[in-house]
Design a protein around this ligand. Structure first.
Ligand SMILES: O=C(O)c1ccccc1NCC(=O)[C@H](O)[C@H](O)COP(=O)(O)O
Length: 260
């Protein structure tokens, strides 16, 4: 059975083939901000929110097509975001690299380039566009490629959010040496969302040395309390932020004190 992730990766291969022909490393030069998400989150006593710029998604269709990235990014920073995740995939999420550039111009917090990274050229572009972090998805590539991309990004001074959804993928994350592990509560094959995935995998993660980020399906304070109890120090929140009519109060609700 062809899954949505298979379809996304197939499209990404075509996009990357074009990018390799057209993109010259250094041809974009955005402002560089030197902040470590890992350090920020490990030191903070509040739940860290990575707020996402997400116009649309395969599971939900259009979420917020009219968003203005610079305005929304500035609002996220002002409201207390620890980082901003910018989706740059066009075919499935309606994002672009210009969204990253627009956000980088107006904020000084770390930026995650949320895309389906399969090649070094995407890492070069993410860096040039002002990203501090990239996403690597365990389910998307063989371990040897994940390790190569992990090393490449680390050598450029980027941090890596390494995304897993089950025990086997978590083992890969550990072998690769991931310091920031994102447990995606959404099954990228079925779209089923279940916060119990964070609870189950968190038991296998040493949260004193690894930053655990719980990703997807977080809507209300009770969800945050649940993943915080499991050991998450950060949450990645897309749809809830993009649909919120009062982003500041959504942050106030979700930025709970840790260890309570
Ligand atoms: O969101 C989707 O439908 C999706 C489908 C296929 C691959 C990835 C997908 N989402 C990427 C994400 O990980 C989420 O955007 C992120 O965790 C935020 O999730 P949410 O708060 O539920 O919008």
């Amino acid at each position: 059975m062809t899954t949505i992730l298979d379809k996304i990766i197939a499209e990404k291969k075509k996009e990357v083939a074009k990018l390799k022909e057209t993109y010259q490393s250094g041809s974009i030069q955005a402002k560089r901000v030197h902040h470590s998400l890992y350090e920020t989150c490990m030191q903070s006593n509040r739940m860290n929110i990575i707020a996402e710029m997400k116009r649309a998604s395969p599971s939900k269709g259009v979420i917020n097509d009219g968003v203005e990235p610079a305005e929304q990014g500035a609002l996220y920073e002002k409201s207390g975001a620890s980082a901003i995740s910018v989706l740059t995939d066009q075919p499935f999420f309606k994002g672009t690299i210009e969204d990253m550039l627009a956000v980088r111009e107006v904020v000084d917090i770390p930026l995650l380039n949320k895309d389906f990274i399969i090649d070094e050229v995407q890492i070069d572009r993410a860096y040039d566009a002002g990203a501090n972090l990239i996403l690597l998805i365990a389910a998307a590539l063989p371990e040897s490629r994940l390790q190569a991309l992990y090393n490449y990004a680390t050598n450029k001074g980027l941090e890596i959010l390494f995304e897993v959804h089950n025990e086997e993928e978590l083992e890969v994350a550990k072998r690769i040496g991931a310091k920031i592990i994102g447990v995606n509560n959404r099954d990228l094959k079925t779209f089923e969302v279940d916060l119990a995935v964070t609870e189950r995998l968190a038991k296998l993660i040493d949260s004193t040395t690894t930053l655990l980020v719980s990703e997807s399906g977080i809507k209300v304070k009770e969800d945050v309390e649940r993943v915080a109890r499991a050991g998450a120090r950060a949450i990645l929140v897309g749809e809830t932020m993009m649909r919120s009519r009062d982003v500041k109060s959504t942050f106030d609700d979700l930025r709970i004190l840790l260890g309570e």
